[in-house]
Design a protein around this ligand. Structure first.
Ligand code: LLP
Length: 458
């Protein structure tokens, strides 16, 4: 995070808090969240988009995508920084409401919202419900009728642009569950269906093209396709919808050498695409919204672990069983000379960060409790769970004297870390400790074995 500093003795402080004292007080593993960094990133995305779109006369709303990580504290911080909250379930909606975020500043997503979730969203007066299927048009209209309100809705469409990771592919039809196809005509059909229901107020069109996107051109292509659809609807019905949501997906840097999307450049490119396309179509510029999650919270957090065992393993050069792709095979030493890999086991693992096991995601790590030896060993940081895919950091150079008791920090774990954590092997989930101005405050407490046993009725 932005507030991290390495001291003379090699110990790391974040926002003025020494990670050694934090570990002593709160235990490990723990997610350490730099509040000022979170607020700064939230502001950076909001102001970048506001300024870029002000230049073409468009207003902007930034929704923080709570799926990346949501707690009462972060919902409050995001809202205080002028962001709204994007929720994907009744549970996330409950957190945003508990934080005191007004319903009108909350959006509800989901490809299979329950009637209870829809009713709750309408009762809370959410600012928008994003419809994901034709069935849902009727479902939300009926819920609105029951509640005696008019439901503000957007229609989520698939533009044929699917981006994410380092790849960028464009296809006419996407074989996945979200949204309504622009090319296939279901998007237009859903928009017409919404206009035909007086219980629904059509705010606009929504698209989300992927996550961890490092090439911003996909947003421009998607924006053009949405604006064409908007224009087609206007030509047919006379209704030019007032809002377009470009979704989230802005990529962050996980490992050295990766370059995060810059908010200002991304916003300017998006504004240029929207401005040019509206001019070409002869349409008024819509209000724009975006939904960054990872880019706001990802880099704000490190996971702090304690090293338990250290074990050298000779890798003989043959591909190992857990190699998932060519990159893994290379890291695993395929067709290389035999070498020694140091397996460093920590007190957490795939239960607090599923991303390496699930996506082959890359992270880095460093010893943060002391200055280690200047020489390094090729290491793999692994967890304490009962399977060999329980990897935290695939390949990292650690001090050659790395040993039990060292504190190890893994950066950029704020997004989809705690939010996808599990209790695999009955491991209680770690706390989230917020640091700010030299002080640490627990914002989500550590689970206990009693918490887990409380669910077990014997
Ligand atoms: N809006 C919508 C409609 C989304 O589906 C998502 C993410 C976002 C916004 C926020 O995307 P972000 O800015 O955080 O990339 N568990 C995966 C990521 C799944 C993202 C799903 N949707 C991971 O750990 O990489």
């Amino acid at each position: 995070p932005a507030g991290a500093e390495v001291g003379e003795d090699g110990a790391v402080r974040i926002a003025g808090v020494d990670l050694r004292s934090l570990a002593a007080e709160h235990g490990t593993p723990a997610y350490v969240l730099d509040e000022a960094d979170f607020r700064r990133r939230a502001r950076a995305w909001r102001t970048a988009f506001e300024e870029a779109f002000a230049a073409i006369g468009a207003g902007v709303d930034v929704y923080y995508a709570g799926k990346a990580f949501l707690s009462v504290a972060v919902a409050r911080w995001a809202h205080e920084e002028g962001l709204r909250i994007d929720t994907a379930t009744g549970g996330e909606l409950a957190v945003a409401l508990r934080a005191g975020v007004p319903g009108e500043d909350i959006g509800l997503h989901g490809n299979n919202k329950s009637d209870a979730e829809i009713d709750r969203a309408l009762a809370a007066g959410v600012g928008r419900i994003v419809l994901d299927s034709l069935v849902e048009v009727d479902r939300v209209a009926e819920a609105a009728a029951r509640a005696g309100v008019r439901a503000p809705v957007m229609v989520r469409v698939t533009t044929g642009v699917h981006a994410g990771g380092h790849e960028y592919i464009s296809t006419a039809h996407e074989d996945q569950k979200f949204g309504l196809s622009v090319a296939g005509g279901q998007a237009l059909e859903a928009l017409r269906a919404v206009l035909a229901r007086p219980e629904l107020e059509l705010l606009g069109i929504h698209s989300h093209i992927g996550s961890q996107i490092l090439d911003p051109s996909g947003f421009e292509v998607a924006a053009r396709r949405i604006l064409e659809l908007r224009s087609a609807l206007a030509r047919e019905t006379g209704v030019l919808v007032s809002e377009v949501d470009l979704g989230g997906g802005y990529g962050v840097a996980y490992v050295p050498g990766e370059v995060a999307l810059d908010p200002v450049e991304t916003a300017r490119a998006a504004a240029r695409a929207v401005g040019d396309e509206c001019a070409r179509l002869g349409d008024a510029v819509p209000r724009i919204s975006i939904e960054p999650g990872r880019a706001v919270v990802g880099p704000t957090t490190v996971t702090l672990y304690t090293v338990g065992t250290v074990k050298p393993v000779t890798v003989d050069g043959a591909p190992t069983g857990d190699a998932r792709d060519a990159r893994d095979a290379r890291d695993d030493g395929a067709s290389a000379e035999p070498f020694v890999r140091t397996y460093v086991s920590v007190d957490g693992g795939m239960s607090d960060n599923l991303r390496p096991a699930l996506y082959g995601a890359r992270y880095s790590a460093r010893v943060v409790s002391r200055r280690g030896a200047a020489t390094t060993v090729r290491s793999r940081v692994v967890g304490k769970h009962c399977e060999s895919g329980d990897v935290v950091v695939h390949d990292v150079e650690l001090p050659s004297d790395v040993r039990a008791g060292d504190l190890l920090a893994v950066p950029v774990t704020g997004a989809y870390g705690r939010s996808m954590a599990s209790n695999y092997n009955h491991v209680p989930r770690p706390p989230v400790v917020a640091v700010r101005d030299g002080a640490a405050r627990v914002v989500v407490r550590r689970e206990t074995e009693d918490d887990l046993l409380a669910l077990d009725l014997g």
